[in-house]
Structure formats: C-alpha cells, structure tokens
Design a protein around this ligand. Structure first.
Ligand code: ZN
Length: 336
C-alpha cells in the first residue's frame, strides 16, 4: 500500500443554487453513486447544506424509486444516508444544526426531515461572513428572526426556559443585525449573529412547545411561484399573518411586545400592534421589503398561492390548524 493509496480521493461539485433544485442535486447524486462517495462536506449557506442533505439521502435511496419521493414522504422512508459535515459561510437557516432540508422542483418547494442527514459537525467561522453582500446579511437575520417567532409566537404553555431563550435570541438579532450592515468586519457582531441563527433552529427552543410554521409554508409558495428570496417571502407574510391571528396569539404577542420591543403601552391591543409595526420596521431596516408591491406583485398573485397550498395539502396551517386557503388569501391581501 503506497501513501497515495491511503489518501482520500476528493470530488468537487459546485453550482448548487439558492433554493436548491432537484435537477441540479441529482447531478451530484449520480456522481456520489458512481464514485461510491462515503462522506460529504457542504461548504456554503443553507441552500448548499439542504442540497447536501438531499444528496446524502438520495445517493443511498432505493435505485428503483425516484428520490423525489424522499420529499413527498417528508423523509420518513430514508433508511440510510452518506454522513455529512459542514463549513458554514452564511448564517441564516440553522440547517447546520438540524436534520431538515428544503428542495425545489418546478413549482414545488418541499421539505424533509431525518436524523440521518443531521451534519456530524459544523464549522462556524464568523470571519467567513465579512464579505457577504448586504442583501444576504439582511435575509439571514430576517430568516433567523422568523424561525424563532414560528416556535415562540403561539400560545403560552408555561415553557419559561424556551420563552426566555427565544426572547434572548431575538434580542441578539435586533441588536446585532443593523450593526452587521454598518460594520461588516466587526467580529463580535458577526459571531453573535452566526451563533444566534444556529441556535434559532437547532431544536432547543421548540422542544415541548407548540409551533406554527405557517409563515414558512405560505412563503415557500411565493418563492416557488414568483422567485422571492426565502427571507423576502417571510417578511411579506409574517406581519400580516400576526395581525390576522392576533386573537389566537394575543398572550404571546403581548409578551413579545413587552420583552423584546419593551413596549409600555397599557392597552394590550395597542401593545400588540406596536410589536408588529416594530417587527416590520426591523425587517425594512435590514433591507428586506415587507409588502408584495416591493417585489412587483399585486393581488393577482394570490389565487395561485392558494391553489399551490391546496395542491400540497397545506390547508390547515398554524398551531391551531385554523389557517385555510381563504385565510391565506386575506393575509396576503393585507400585505399588498
Ligand atoms: Zn426559513
């Protein structure tokens, strides 16, 4: 055995796009199958990570089946996967710290989960984020912020630890997000954002509490049909959705207003509205528009979004399963 034989053979696969597509990823799946690749290293942001998770599962998937079935069965049929690690270059999705991935194919943007695709390690070096364009910085902060809210803004169940952790992470994003735009090479700012985005979706703050995820479900359709960046879609949907659901979410919205936005208004309804307005202003401050018009869209886009949700069976969204397509249409019509 020569030294050369003992060295690992490396293959490089580039070109995984934002909102990674099935078609691109299948190129890597073929390479991994042909070369019997036994480890994957995802170097990039959430899309590269999510795409690598799909490659890992699809490469070991039943050859007689279309690997798209992994998405259609939400990862339940994944029995084996190539182990993967990650070098993260864009703090946003938290994908480096969880077993979930989102993949697109045509007008479908679907997710899957399986512990076998959880990265076995993740390298988070804040210095790699110094050169990110402002749009990606803003998108990352908004995405992480919404990940926290979708696990926090539901109804109280006495999860004080989860609540305080969520509120702390939100505060870190509010404090450091604008500073990252103003001082791109501030290590401490970048480090705090990177760590916050990772902890936002590693499963900790969502354990044992109700979760929502309707903003993501609706936002995915805006991305699939109209090409909005993931965070842009969330910034459009979330404020309007919170207003629509403010009765169901009132206790946690009032708590969010007090603890994160330090609202001192006596009237609960006014306090809640203040929190929603401050959230909108924060997204705008991060350079992410909160209206459909900011992306050249108007009311004509709404029916298509609703039919896509029906197509994928997403007709009872939210922690109370009370967000149906009619309600989605109302939410979007208030986000014009
Ligand atoms: Zn997200």
């Amino acid at each position: 055995l020569s030294l050369h034989d003992a060295l690992p053979i490396l293959f490089e696969f580039g070109g995984i796009e934002p909102n990674p597509t099935y078609e691109t990823l299948m190129g890597a799946v073929e390479l991994a199958r042909a070369e019997k690749v036994d480890f994957l290293l995802a170097v990039g942001g959430g899309s590269v990570l999510d795409g690598t998770k799909f490659i890992a599962a699809a490469a070991h998937y039943d050859l007689a089946k279309d690997p798209w079935h992994i998405l259609e069965t939400v990862g339940g049929e994944v029995a084996s996967a190539i182990p993967l690690g990650s070098v993260l270059t864009l703090p946003a999705t938290g994908s480096e710290s969880n077993p979930a991935a989102v993949v697109s194919r045509g007008e479908a943007k679907l997710s899957f989960y399986n512990p076998l695709v959880q990265p076995v390690f993740a390298v988070l070096d804040p210095a790699t984020t110094y050169s990110l364009p402002p749009r990606q910085v803003g998108n990352g902060v908004v995405d992480a912020f919404v990940h926290i809210l979708e696990q926090y803004l539901t109804f109280p169940v006495g999860g004080e630890v989860q609540d305080r952790l969520a509120e702390g992470l939100l505060q870190v994003l509010v404090d450091n997000g604008p500073r990252a735009l103003a001082e791109p090479t501030n290590y401490q700012v970048r480090a705090n954002l990177m760590w916050a985005a990772s902890l936002a979706l590693n499963g900790l703050i969502g354990r044992g509490v109700p979760q929502d995820w309707s903003t993501h479900a609706i936002g995915h359709q805006l991305t699939a049909l109209h090409g909005l960046d993931h965070a842009q879609s969330l910034a459009v949907v979330l404020p309007s959705l919170l207003r629509e659901q403010s009765a169901q979410k009132q206790e946690k919205l009032a708590q969010f207003a007090e603890r994160v936005w330090h609202s001192s208004r006596e009237d609960k309804a006014l306090r809640i509205e203040e929190a929603i307005i401050r959230t909108e202003q924060f997204f705008q401050q991060m350079g992410v528009g909160t209206r459909l018009a900011d992306y050249g869209l108007d009311a004509r886009c709404i029916p298509g979004i609703c039919s896509n949700l029906k197509l994928f069976g997403l007709t009872a969204l939210g922690e109370q399963q009370d967000i149906d397509p009619d309600k989605v249409a109302r939410i979007l019509s208030h986000a014009l």
